[in-house]
Each structure stands twice: as structure tokens, then as C-alpha cells.
Design a protein. Structure first.
Length: 278
């Protein structure tokens, strides 16, 4: 990142290096956590109610609504120089309205764990946190190598990843979640892509769908629906398949959580293999 003075975001906008007194509002939980991991917490002046990590440090940071129902006037009062948004998590209309009074809107859209390397480069460069960003990048590369070694060791397994109940919902293959699971050899079903932002990325399904016959394991996420042990029993009965709770934050949060998430999934796959006696 040294020697550069401008970085392109995922919306195609070029950003020059910010002043040291930049005021940042983050509308994305993963990015809020990343800012603190980059030692930029002192410049964060606003966040959503879903931005909960790091918990203690965020108690003093004002909330500006949710990721979808943003309170524009509250952001205006905070006078940010930069607002961080995500293509999947924030509404385009909101971003357009913010652009009318915020000097810099930084658009992000990581679609796979590898995309975090570019994200680290972007935020580390714009906000003069290159050294911390390089450490995060090295940690992620090590986790990606661990995941690749696991894939070489174990056969791939076809999984159904549940994110909601009533209606039952899962993820398309072009989501960050599916890409993260694929890194450790968990191939999500159904084998479809959702395309642009919308419901197709997180499709509802019925338990009689033909493609369910290919599923080998069901994973129940802790978010956004808080699946519990009783749901594992329910799903095992509905599917006649092994079912397992997983920490949704470890699978769906990007940024500084990406390396930890991959290590978590590697450990989980090894644990399940040992439990099965494989």
C-alpha cells in the first residue's frame, strides 16, 4: 500500500488518502468491527444498531438506525467525512441520499474471503492504517492456506445452510456465506446463483424439493434467525440428515472476522469427522 495515494472502492469510486481527522460513520457491522481492528476506532462517530463488535468500545458510539432503515438526519448531525456502506446490506436509495451531504461514500462488496484482501488494502490505505491492514492480510492468507490444506485432506460435502425458519430459507452460491463454506469443502445447495441484490440470493424452499436428495448435512446458523438445539432436532426429523448448529458470525461476517471464521470452520469440519469416526 506504500507509495499510493488513491484507492478504488467496489462501486468504482476513487478515494484519496483521508486527513487524520476524518470522521467515519459505518453502516455495516463487519466494517465497524474492521475499523476497530485497524486501530481507527477513535475516528468512528456513528454506527448502526446491528454494529455490536467490539461491544464495549461501541457503547460510546452513537447509533444511526439499522442497515436498511438509516436515520439520515442523525448522520447529518454527526458531520461525517466518510460513510462506509455495502452493496448487499444497504439500500441504494439511502446511499444516493447520503451522497448529497457526505463528501465521501466508500462502497464495499466482498463476495468471498479472498476479497477481504482488497478491503484491507482499501481501508488501510484511505485511512492511513497500512501496517495494521498488512497484519490482517497475512493472518487471512494463513487461514486460507489452512482451509486449502483441509480441502486436500477431506472429501467435499454438500450442505444446506439454513438462515431462517417459517419460511425456511437458505443461501445462493454467489453469496459471501456460500463462498466461505466452499473454502473448507462445504458445497451449498441448491446449486443456483441469486444474481443482483434481492430475495433470490436468500431463497425460500420447501422440504419436498428434489435437490434436497443431494444434501449430506444441514447447517443451522445462529443468525439472522437464532436457531437452537430444538431446531436441530426438528430439522433432523424433516430431512433425515445430520444437522449441526454453526456460529453465523463466523460464516457471514467479513473484514477482520474472515480469518477467525475460516479457522472456526476448519476446526468444526475436523470435529465432525472425528465424531463420525472418520
Amino acid at each position: 500500500m506504500t507509495g499510493r495515494e488513491a484507492w478504488d472502492d467496489d462501486g468504482g469510486q476513487r478515494h484519496e488518502r483521508a486527513d487524520s481527522d476524518a470522521r467515519i460513520v459505518s453502516l455495516v457491522p463487519s466494517l465497524t468491527e474492521l475499523l476497530f481492528a485497524l486501530d481507527l476506532g477513535g475516528q468512528v462517530v456513528g454506527r448502526t444498531g446491528f454494529c455490536v463488535h467490539p461491544r464495549e468500545a461501541l457503547r460510546a458510539v452513537p447509533k444511526v438506525g439499522g442497515t436498511k432503515d438509516v436515520r439520515l438526519e442523525r448522520i447529518r448531525e454527526l458531520e461525517p467525512t466518510h460513510v462506509l456502506v455495502n452493496i448487499d446490506e444497504n439500500r441504494r436509495e439511502t446511499v444516493d441520499e447520503l451522497a448529497a451531504f457526505v463528501p465521501h461514500i466508500v462502497v464495499t462488496h466482498p463476495c468471498s474471503p479472498q476479497d477481504n484482501l482488497r478491503l484491507f488494502d482499501l481501508l488501510g490505505g484511505v485511512f492511513s492504517a497500512a501496517q495494521r491492514a498488512a497484519l490482517l492480510a497475512a493472518e487471512l492468507r494463513a487461514a486460507l492456506d489452512e482451509a486449502a490444506a483441509l480441502r486436500a485432506e477431506l472429501d467435499d460435502e454438500r450442505v444446506l445452510y439454513l438462515i431462517w425458519r417459517e419460511p425456511w430459507m437458505t443461501v445462493a452460491r454467489d453469496t459471501y456465506i456460500a463462498a466461505t463454506l466452499a473454502e473448507v469443502g462445504w458445497e451449498t445447495l441448491p446449486a443456483r446463483h441469486g444474481g443482483a441484490q434481492g430475495a433470490a440470493r436468500y431463497p425460500a424452499f420447501e422440504w419436498g424439493e428434489p435437490w434436497l436428495a443431494q444434501v449430506e448435512r444441514v447447517l443451522l446458523s445462529s443468525e439472522p434467525y437464532r436457531f437452537r438445539d430444538l431446531h436441530v432436532t426438528e430439522v433432523a426429523g424433516l430431512s433425515a440428515l445430520p444437522a449441526q448448529l454453526v456460529d453465523g458470525e463466523m460464516v457471514s461476517w467479513y473484514g477482520s472476522r474472515a480469518a477467525e471464521g475460516l479457522r472456526y470452520l476448519c476446526a468444526l469440519r475436523r470435529s465432525l469427522r472425528e465424531r463420525a469416526g472418520g
